[in-house]
Design a protein around this ligand. Sequence first.
Ligand SMILES: CC(C)(COP(=O)(O)OP(=O)(O)OC[C@H]1O[C@@H](n2cnc3c(N)ncnc32)[C@H](O)[C@@H]1OP(=O)(O)O)[C@@H](O)C(=O)NCCC(=O)NCCS
Length: 201
Amino acid sequence: MTVSPLPYPLRLTGDGIVLREWRWEDLDDLVALLDEPDIARWTLRPSPFDVEAGLAYLRRAHRGRLDGSRIQLAITTDGGRPLGEVLLFNVRADAHEAELGYLVGLPFRRRGLASAALSLLTAFAMDNLRLRRLLLRIDRGNTASTSVARRCGYRPAAEPAIQQTGPYGPVHLDTWEYVEGRADTRDDRRRNVASRRYGRR
Ligand SMILES: CC(C)(COP(=O)(O)OP(=O)(O)OC[C@H]1O[C@@H](n2cnc3c(N)ncnc32)[C@H](O)[C@@H]1OP(=O)(O)O)[C@@H](O)C(=O)NCCC(=O)NCCS
């Protein structure tokens, strides 16, 4: 199997969560999740994030899934209401690399959802898509996101920061990497899953 086109539809289950495809009827929940300052600040999504932005977002997600260029999944606990999103994009098949991203709605944070979703999609990408290096781009001031990355076995990569301008001024995106076979990444992923499973969070 090659990494292009990416598989569709997808449903990934494990670690107390279900990752599923976005649906048109998620529009109101999507707008409620993404119309939030931290999401605008750290993910550079449109702000305010209104129904029009939501429709454009769902259309783009749908297109990306049908043409196989992206994986964009709603984070749920049971396949129902979306609580956040995890995605895989910018696939470079020649280098066996892709980028991942995630966000969780404000009321649903600090429950381990982002860590569970990133762990699940990381495992799927490494085990099923023949990817060898997965990347995250995280602003150095985004403590929540760097904690999630570290928890899931990602480590800072030796790459220069990417400068961008967001609604709250300049952002400096550091690259974090998850590399196939590196012992500490495997151990972290296992620990992350185990701590969740045995309720030690
Ligand atoms: C980053 C984000 C996705 C984290 O989602 P989450 O579901 O709350 O993350 P988790 O519950 O899996 O947190 C894992 C660990 O990260 C750390 N963490 C999470 N939020 C934190 C915060 N606000 N401050 C400090 N540490 C934090 C904690 O160590 C946490 O473990 P613990 O609270 O159980 O001890 C969420 O805050 C978010 O959507 N932020 C806005 C969008 C964004 O920044 N996306 C990432 C762009 S690179």
